[in-house]
Structure formats: structure tokens, C-alpha cells
Ligand binder design. Structure first.
Ligand code: NI
Length: 175
């Protein structure tokens, strides 16, 4: 039986932490972690997954928007260099927040700088779904979730404790 990978899920405050830069050359543990992230992404039928979602505060994410498991890529220490003025609003989900979605406005084209597994720097333009996915994963590296964009729309009465917002959770766990 294949091992099922448990993801870190909302409202776990670990998802709110900022991830740290990855050092090169990659150590064995980090190389194994990347393979583990691909597995976790495919197992959950996702198109992107950040290290923080499997419990590691590392600035890297994997992505495959092909839906046929044929275009897997890892992005290490990514940085958005340019964003298009044009944006598009769309509904986003997150493997770390099952059953919830966020209506998020994203740039439709971005230029991303990142390192590959060998530590080589790459610079590439991404469009549409890939650009959206990257912006979503980049948010994860800084502790932000797509559902945060929706916060203003949450109604306590309508959703009750099931959709407790993050600020509620923090207040509770701090007290
Ligand atoms: Ni996500």
C-alpha cells in the first residue's frame, strides 16, 4: 500500500511562518525532500506544492500544470522580477485548505528568477495558469494563503466555527 503523505493544513499556524533560503549544493535530505514534494503533489492531484506544506521551511516549491504528470519542475529560492500590469481574478484552491477557495486577483504574466536542483540560476516568463500557480506558491513561502484574500467575505453567522479565520485561531491559541 502506498504511503499517504499528510499535508500541513489550515489553520495550523506553521503555514504562517516564513520559509528560509535553500543553500547549495543541495544536501541529500533536501534532494529527497524534493522527490517527496512531487509525490505529495501528485498524490493529492495538485498542480503546485510548497515545502512548507509538507513541514519544511524552505524557499522552494514544485509545479506541474500539465495534469498528466509530465512537466514536473522545482523552483528553488524563487523571486518574481517582473509582473504584468494585466491581472485576472479567479477562484483558487489550496491542498492545505481542503474545501475552501479564494477569489484572487493575479498578474497574468510574470518573469521568475529561480535556481534549479544544480543551483544554476534560471530566468523564465510564465503565463496564465502557471503564472497564477507560481504566485500562489510564492505566497506560501511568506506564510500567506489564497483564502486570506477572502477574509473580508467570511461571515461568522453563516459559516460558524467551521471557517474560523486565522486571527480567531491565533487569539485562541495565544490565550
Ligand atoms: Ni496552496
Amino acid at each position: 500500500m502506498p504511503m499517504y503523505i499528510e499535508l500541513v493544513k489550515y489553520p495550523d499556524v506553521f503555514l504562517r511562518t516564513k520559509s528560509n533560503p535553500v543553500e547549495f549544493p543541495l544536501d541529500d535530505k533536501t534532494s529527497r525532500l524534493i522527490k517527496y514534494m512531487y509525490k505529495a503533489m501528485y498524490q493529492n492531484s495538485g498542480i503546485g506544492l510548497a515545502a512548507i506544506q509538507v513541514g519544511y521551511q524552505k524557499r522552494m516549491f514544485v509545479m506541474d500544470c500539465s495534469r498528466s504528470q509530465t512537466n514536473e519542475k522545482v523552483f528553488i529560492n524563487p523571486e518574481i522580477l517582473e509582473k504584468s500590469d494585466e491581472t485576472l481574478r479567479d477562484n483558487e484552491g489550496c491542498l492545505s485548505a481542503p474545501g475552501k477557495t479564494g477569489d484572487v486577483r493575479r498578474h497574468i504574466r510574470i518573469i521568475l528568477k529561480y535556481q534549479n536542483e544544480k543551483g544554476e540560476e534560471e530566468k523564465k516568463t510564465f503565463y496564465n495558469l502557471e503564472a497564477r500557480c507560481i504566485q500562489h506558491e510564492m505566497d506560501h513561502l511568506d506564510g500567506k494563503l489564497c483564502i486570506d484574500y477572502e477574509k473580508g467575505n467570511y461571515s461568522r453567522d453563516k459559516h460558524k466555527s467551521q471557517t474560523m479565520v486565522e486571527s480567531d485561531f491565533r487569539t485562541k491559541s495565544d490565550s
